[in-house]
Design a protein around this ligand. Structure first.
Ligand code: COA
Length: 187
């Protein structure tokens, strides 16, 4: 495994994916509460295909949404990390930060903790100038994580992959420049 590809935080190990992650990943993708703000929950096949796309992202770019492990407690609870969206929008090309955790692990600050490490990786190791995040307006939990990370709301957009009339088409965009992150991290 190349150096730097795993990241440890106080409570988490952010690591490359393993084949055994696919089963717990399918379980969380089948949970309607986890997928509340997505068009639908995922079948086993759709979940495996997503895991495959994430692994391909690591292979081609050297980074991606890490598999999240809670050492000594749970080998896989979801993903947190960086991804290059493959659609066109006014803010692309860009690097996005995203997260999805099994419900049993919510509300302990774990998404924020892992995402802070992912931002540090993106700005310090990858030298990115900016990292963005987006979700539907109603996803208050995810927006709260973005806000706690110091990301700034910077307007709405229609997700190009969604039908314009679909209730989940409208998205809120948050952005964080490296200079702002560095200032926050120092304070
Ligand atoms: C979004 C998600 C990753 C957050 O994980 P988490 O580990 O619970 O996040 P944290 O504990 O770090 O922070 C969550 C924050 O949201 C707040 N929150 C929780 N439920 C909320 C709600 N219904 N409305 C507003 N805020 C809410 C929490 O209080 C916390 O903020 P606080 O620390 O100021 O109290 C998790 O809920 C998840 O996996 N959701 C499903 C997948 C998803 O929507 N992913 C994002 C797609 S863009």
């Amino acid at each position: 495994m190349p150096p730097g590809i795993e990241v440890e935080t106080a409570r988490l190990l952010l690591r490359r994916w393993r084949f055994e992650d696919r089963e717990p990943f399918a379980a969380l993708n089948a949970d309607p509460s986890v997928m509340e703000h997505f068009p639908s929950s995922l079948s086993r096949e759709e979940s495996d295909a997503l895991a495959g796309r994430i692994q391909d992202h690591f292979s081609t770019r050297g980074y991606g949404p890490w598999a999240v492990e809670v050492p000594q407690r749970a080998p896989f609870i979801g993903f947190i990390g960086l991804f290059v969206p493959d659609f066109e929008a006014p803010f692309t090309p860009c690097v996005e930060i995203g997260w999805r955790l099994a419900r049993a692990w919510w509300r302990q600050g774990l998404a924020t903790e892992g995402a802070q490490a992912a931002l540090a990786y993106g700005f310090e190791q990858l030298g990115l100038a900016e990292i963005v995040s987006f979700t539907v307006p109603a996803n208050r939990r995810s927006r709260r994580v973005m806000e706690k990370l110091g990301m700034r709301y910077s307007g709405d957009f229609n997700h190009p992959r969604m039908d314009r009339h679909h209730a989940l088409c409208r998205h809120v965009l948050y952005r964080l420049a490296r200079s702002d992150w560095a200032a926050t991290a120092r304070s």
